[in-house]
Write a protein that binds this ligand. Structure first.
Ligand code: AHG
Ligand code: MN
Ligand code: MN
Length: 337
């Protein structure tokens, strides 16, 4: 007997259904498709590894004083090239650019206009070891009138779309337009993103992620939380916990979205002027939208990340996100201390 199963939705057919349902406009769909197409080009470059000249340092620093890898620079340029001509983006901002990049006005431009922010290559230290890396993006409505860096400083709650591409054993594109979180997997056969999962985060988990080499710099609520996890079944939590650290936020958040867990990059005393390691506008906020849309929580340990009022394009922020009951516990430990 031949079983005919319905063809899987693709990213394009999913977006058409969202337009038909009145949940997104054609302009936003165009922007998302342009981002997705660019991530396919980045995936193709990443997949060539050492066969082409993409590995190693670019020999220059970004605005954060970090040495850029060649792939940081290449993927940033691919994002600029891929997003410049949608007709629906007024400006771009990126981890790898000091200030906004205004885009030329198109005469036929519609009234559906946006701003896009991105971390073109997340997990840079993983590039040269062929470990998971990704691209993170956030889309905001563009204000009218002249644009400046301040135009981007909208609370994460204002994001109309957020997501990431994960360049792992499979390339995946994970997206939220405000109604759940959808994961698409890149078909190497036909070059299409195919819908493979609707992601939700379990309320409970036995898995945490934190860079334990920073332990001596942690504040007391984080020390307490991790010590209790490590104490395992004979400690106050009365269960054993597992630990994972990918070195790429995309990899770690993807695991949390796939099987639950809690991810922490907390405030620490390592470099006191920096509130944490991760950047609010193009790392924390887009991931927070996905995590909340999947039923989890995302906070700086006091305030939901999506409610923070941004003060700078490249500002850093403490991040605690994932399974609701664990994040609530960590927030409580902070409130109690
Ligand atoms: P990026 O490569 O874009 O600078 O981001 C790296 C971030 C994030 O992906 C990851 O969670 C974290 O840095 C890793 O930090 P450690 O170096 O402390 O592991
Ligand atoms: Mn990053
Ligand atoms: Mn990066």
């Amino acid at each position: 007997m031949t079983v005919h199963s319905a063809p899987r939705a693709t990213l394009a057919s999913h977006l058409i259904a969202e337009i038909d349902a009145g949940r997104i406009g054609q302009g936003l769909a165009t922007v998302i498709l342009a981002i997705a197409a660019t991530t396919q080009r980045i995936a193709a470059a990443v997949g060539k590894g050492g066969m082409i000249d993409i590995l190693g340092s670019a020999g220059q620093e970004n605005v954060q004083g970090e040495v850029q890898k060649k792939l940081d620079v290449i993927s940033n340029q691919m994002m600029i090239d891929g997003l410049s001509a949608t007709g629906h983006l007024r400006a771009l901002a990126s981890e790898e650019m000091d200030d906004l990049l205004p885009l030329p006005e198109r005469s036929e431009a519609s009234d559906e206009q946006y701003l896009a922010l991105f971390d073109p290559l997340d997990g840079s230290t993983n590039i040269d070891i062929n470990a998971p890396i990704g691209t993170i993006f956030s889309v905001l409505k563009a204000p009218m009138g002249a644009l400046s860096n301040a135009s981007f400083l909208q609370a994460g709650r204002q994001q109309v779309t957020a997501g990431y591409a994960l360049y792992g054993p499979a390339t995946q594109f994970v997206l939220s337009t405000g109604k759940g979180v959808q994961a698409f997997t890149l078909s190497r056969e036909n070059g299409e993103y195919v819908l493979t999962a609707e992601l939700t985060i379990s309320a409970d988990t036995g898995e945490y992620a934190i860079n334990a080499s920073n332990q001596r710099f942690w504040e007391s609520p984080v020390q307490r939380y991790i010590a209790e996890c490590q104490a395992g079944s004979t400690g106050p939590r009365e269960r054993d916990f597992n630990m994972r650290w990918t070195g790429s936020m995309v990899g770690d958040v993807h695991r949390v979205l796939s099987r639950g867990g809690v991810f922490l990059y907390p405030r620490d005393t390592k470099q006191p002027p920096k509130a944490g390691r991760l950047r609010l506008m193009y790392e924390a906020n887009p991931m927070a939208m996905l995590v909340e849309q999947a039923g989890g929580m995302a906070t700086d340990a006091l305030t939901p990340l999506l409610d923070l009022v941004p003060t700078g394009l490249h500002q850093r922020v403490p991040v605690v996100l994932g399974s609701r009951n664990e994040v609530e516990r960590i927030v409580r430990y902070h409130a109690e201390s």
